[in-house]
Design a protein. Structure first.
Length: 289
């Protein structure tokens, strides 16, 4: 998808509802939104202008950007915790540490997790294009799937505020290593692998319920919200704090806020622009040069 000088635009309506948009740009290139995903074309055009005029853009991404990569979200209508409340228990540090069965179940789920085989989608790739343009301030992600790094964003631009599933850590001594090492031990027959250096409990290097965020990561997120000219929130319900506070921080600092999410958020009425739709469809329309 290339977006240069706009030549012609054809919108497709059915029953008064916008179902698709076909836009022809310079060099006869065309951008088409799928007719099965209603998109507010006016909001897309406005948000794109806001982003193009900004010299720096901070991004906050949530689970919604990875659903098109086959990774279910957590709190959506078909989310992991919505369908299976017991899954949330496995994400609580107290239960994980105190209950060996919770840990055994968690290791089996990790073996089967789609996060280790998923590939970045067009939404992730669009954020790589944003970085290549030199305008990405910081990419703060609530996701633990590592897809921003796999897509090609620079690790030093990314704040994985909730950690990553691609590494393990010991809750006792803090030792860390590649998750593949721990998973290989589970495949070899260890139901609940312990830390080899100290014998402690091993978990994924993610922030579980009951654990504090890394202070330095939180500070970077707060600075990004207030320093960048635009905050782009993508695929997040904006209901998980303290990271959701990036939006009011940006608004209080007088920054533009653009929200892209499948469902409404608590901040829609305060945002500069709101686009309800799939991140893998909307972000290329907003960011691809």
């Amino acid at each position: 998808m290339k977006v240069h000088g706009q030549r012609a635009r054809r919108t497709v309506f059915k029953g008064g509802r916008l179902l698709g948009i076909s836009v022809v740009f310079g060099h006869n290139e065309e951008m088409v939104f799928p007719d099965d995903e209603p998109i507010d074309a006016t909001a897309v055009a406005f948000a794109r202008r806001v982003l193009e005029s900004a010299s720096s853009v901070a991004v906050l991404s949530g689970a919604g950007i990875s659903t098109d990569s086959g990774i279910p979200d957590f709190r959506g209508p078909n989310g992991v915790w919505t369908r299976n409340p017991g899954a949330e228990k496995r994400s609580t540090i107290q239960h994980y540490v105190e209950d060996p069965q919770v840990r055994r179940d968690a290791w089996q789920i990790r073996l089967q997790s789609d996060m280790f085989s998923a590939s970045p989608n067009d939404g992730h790739k669009a954020l790589v294009e944003l970085e290549r343009s030199g305008r990405l301030h910081t990419l703060v992600t609530q996701n633990i799937d590592g897809l921003h790094v796999i897509a090609g964003n620079s690790p030093d631009k990314i704040v994985e505020i909730h950690g990553t599933v691609h590494r393990w850590e010991c809750v006792n001594c803090g030792a860390r290593g590649p998750m593949v090492e721990a998973l290989d031990r589970v495949r070899a027959g260890e139901e609940d692998p312990h830390c080899l250096p100290c014998g402690g409990i091993v978990k994924s290097a993610t922030i579980m319920f009951g654990q504090s965020l890394v202070a330095a990561d939180l500070m970077r997120a707060e600075l990004a919200a207030t320093e960048a000219e635009v905050l782009l929130a993508v695929g997040t319900s904006l209901s998980v704090y303290p990271v959701a506070a990036m939006v009011p921080l940006a608004l209080e600092a007088g920054r533009a806020v653009i929200i892209v999410n499948a469902e409404p958020t608590p901040f829609d009425q305060h945002a500069t622009a709101v686009i309800h739709g799939s991140a893998s469809v909307v972000l290329p329309a907003l960011l691809t040069p």
